[in-house]
Design a protein around this ligand. Sequence first.
Ligand code: DC
Length: 229
Amino acid sequence: MIEIASRAPPPVLAIDGPGGAGKGTISRLAAERLNWHYLDSGALYRILALAGKLKGIALSDESALSDIASKLDIRFGTGSDERIWLESSEITDQIRTEQAGAAASAVAALPAVRAALLERQRAFRRMPGLVADGRDMGTVVFTDAIVKVFLTASAQERADRRYKQLIAKGIDVKLCDLLADIQTRDDRDSNRAIAPLRPAADAVLIDTSSMSIDEVLQKVLGLVDLQTS
Ligand code: DC
């Protein structure tokens, strides 16, 4: 039998935007509802920064970091299991701290690191589809995504949300420090030379500042529905 050569690749829903805009929550829920795979690309940068630290590699050592990036032994939990392992250690909580986010932002600015992680991210694209969450999903990694969404929220709103999350976990933080961290990270992610944070030309912008999680989810699923039905 002759295999049809032009079989369509698995569809991708790309969700980009700054940290704290709700990408993680919306992407996970959308993946669950669609029954698609999920890629948390930010976690890859966070894990790489942690692996570098454990090996005593400086955050600026582009060649050593890109070298380990392609070899990292990472395992993600599936479905509602949000745990992540580096080699045999579970590192879920370790990579979610503010420091880990800042370290990830630094390694993510290195071109060789981004190149080394490119194929690794694309390998997540499997049937029946993929929800890809990050900064450059629609502009670089999956330029042919069937739906590209750029989620935003004001820096103040994102700092407020993060503050509530951390206080609920019993972690003592100052709102003004969180706001300053968010602004520093936005600035670095948006102004780096390679794959800066910006919406793809064909992305749908959604400002989540005054929307509920469910409203955002319905809007995103509606966009996917338009393309797949
Ligand atoms: O989404 P996050 O907070 O887990 O991402 C951590 C850092 O990784 C963020 O500051 C920027 C970087 N990142 C990136 O450059 N490209 C991606 N696709 C995802 C994250």
